[in-house]
Write a protein that binds this ligand. Sequence first.
Ligand SMILES: Cc1cc2nc3c(=O)[nH]c(=O)nc-3n(C[C@H](O)[C@H](O)[C@H](O)COP(=O)(O)OP(=O)(O)OC[C@H]3O[C@@H](n4cnc5c(N)ncnc54)[C@H](O)[C@@H]3O)c2cc1C
Ligand code: SF4
Length: 577
Amino acid sequence: MYIQQGTKEYDVAIVGSGAGGGMAAKVLAESGADVVMLEAGPWFDSEEFAMFKWPYESPRRGASIPEQEFGEFDACYGGFNLEGEPYTTAPGTNFAWFRARMLGGRTNHWGRISLRFGPEDFKARSVDGHGDDWPISYEDIKPYYDRLDREIGIFGTNEGIYNEPGGIFQPPPKPRCYELKVKEACDRMGIPCIPSRLSILTKPLNGRAACHYCSQCNRSCSTHSNFSTPSVLLPPALETGNLEIINHAMVREVLTDGNGRATGLSYVHKPDKKEYQVKARIVVLAASACESARLLLNSKSAQHPNGLANSSDTVGKYLMDSTGTSVAGIFPQLFDMPAHNEDGVGGMHLYMPWWLQQANTDFPRGYHTEIWGGRGMPSYGFMGGIQNYNGMFGDGDGGEREKGGGGYGQQLKEDYRRFYGSVIGFSGRGESIAYEDNYCEIDPDTVDQWGIPVLRFHYNWSEEEYKQVRHMQLTYRELIEEMGGTILGGDMPSREQGYGITAPGQIIHEVGVTRMGEDPSSSVVNEYGQAHDVDNLFVVDGGPFVSQPHKNPTWTILALSMRASEYMVEQRNQGNL
Ligand SMILES: Cc1cc2nc3c(=O)[nH]c(=O)nc-3n(C[C@H](O)[C@H](O)[C@H](O)COP(=O)(O)OP(=O)(O)OC[C@H]3O[C@@H](n4cnc5c(N)ncnc54)[C@H](O)[C@@H]3O)c2cc1C
Ligand code: SF4
């Protein structure tokens, strides 16, 4: 095979342009380092995307297509199945792996829920004996969270809840009508329901406009009012003139020298399918947690026979995803509402943080609750099965609404006018414990379309997680009844049905497969994401997480990547790297 070797040696080569990679590129390019970023997907510009489109502008009304799992107006090129890039799961186990392939990775679509991990989250083993403590504390990471708040922007409120630390917030948007209904019920039940914390601007910041409340954040944002890497981190990095981005570059492995140190990357350039190499003094992996583990495991050499940075045999292990389940109800008080605008940011304005820290629950750790509903712009398939509601809620006069049926013609139109906006749902996102037995490894029998060996996943929920999800189900059902609604979807799922728990991976918070720690025999990287075995190799995505609290991971990926990248700058300046 002919390999095209670049002659230039960069200071830093970064794999991936999502949250972790984008932050590393900004910090390092602004420090004066000569940086090359290899990104497997195409260029992406949110200014030219679909924020202002109507569903009827597409012959498919925005329905999903193979390249865009969440719909063709959704700003994420990717999904759980990528053509030519399979992964496998071991028999008797289950894992769903979502991957983005584009500049900015999943940050073009993500929900922007940006919750800080709290003091107990970093030291949870010391609190309840499960999992492991992180080698850092909240105080170590707090200054970086503060800077994210100031530099990227986030709205929210400071509530004084110990393990839900506040921040430097812009004002939150007002709750919508249905959210106020939820809050009233929560107040009666003693559950906190507070303004959400999303990385969306409600005031202009650093040349970026405030949100104009079009509710279409999943389509990225043409006015750069929400956070994505291409909107916020890459433009200043490119302005330095120190960052070169190579798109369509599918990295195959990390290259090393006879001493086992990293020397660069080898990649397939997708358009010509040829093999290339770039040289660099420092290699930074940010391909998303499992992709970075895959790269390490595929980078075997005489010095690293078990895969790169894997002398501890820990790469791929302690894989975690959040637990999840959802329950929705329909609320007659919201039927036949006059048409009104409930747009806001593209996400919830209120949420419910975990509130039972001191209670004696039958499972460790906790969960938060995301609220959804309302009268946003309909997307493809909205209120599917609406004809089933018809006849459930009559007027008691024996008229048309008592009859049921419908599903077409005048009856269908009337049903939409009647029921639209009257469904409210609750989705739990809970903490799972890190177990060595939940892991990914290289599948010896399967390669992708470029001949790169793929991952095989082994993952099962434990009894703790089922109990946690049972608690979510019971809480949401009680809430819906408290609010005077009718639960949709029938009886509560049984234990045999897993209480309705999502498959591992489906919440798309996979982290932990290159865990950080002080002990090189039981962890892959140190507190700065630096590989114990290879001092010029760093991991800055979710791989280094030691635990995955119920809080969504990306704000912490960004903070850790900023911290790691500044450490790299410091070490370069001292001549250590
Ligand atoms: C629908 C959805 C909603 C979400 N909502 C939230 C939320 O509200 N809050 C939250 O905190 N998180 C949320 N997330 C998760 C969040 O998107 C991720 O945690 C975050 O983007 C991870 O950043 P990353 O840099 O590790 O990976 P990514 O953002 O996935 O970026 C990885 C990049 O690496 C590239 N790449 C991969 N392999 C290679 C290779 N071999 N060679 C070259 N390039 C490669 C990919 O193309 C991609 O661009 C959500 C995700 C999804 C999909
Ligand atoms: S809701 Fe606000 S942040 Fe989201 S896409 Fe619209 S303008 Fe941008």
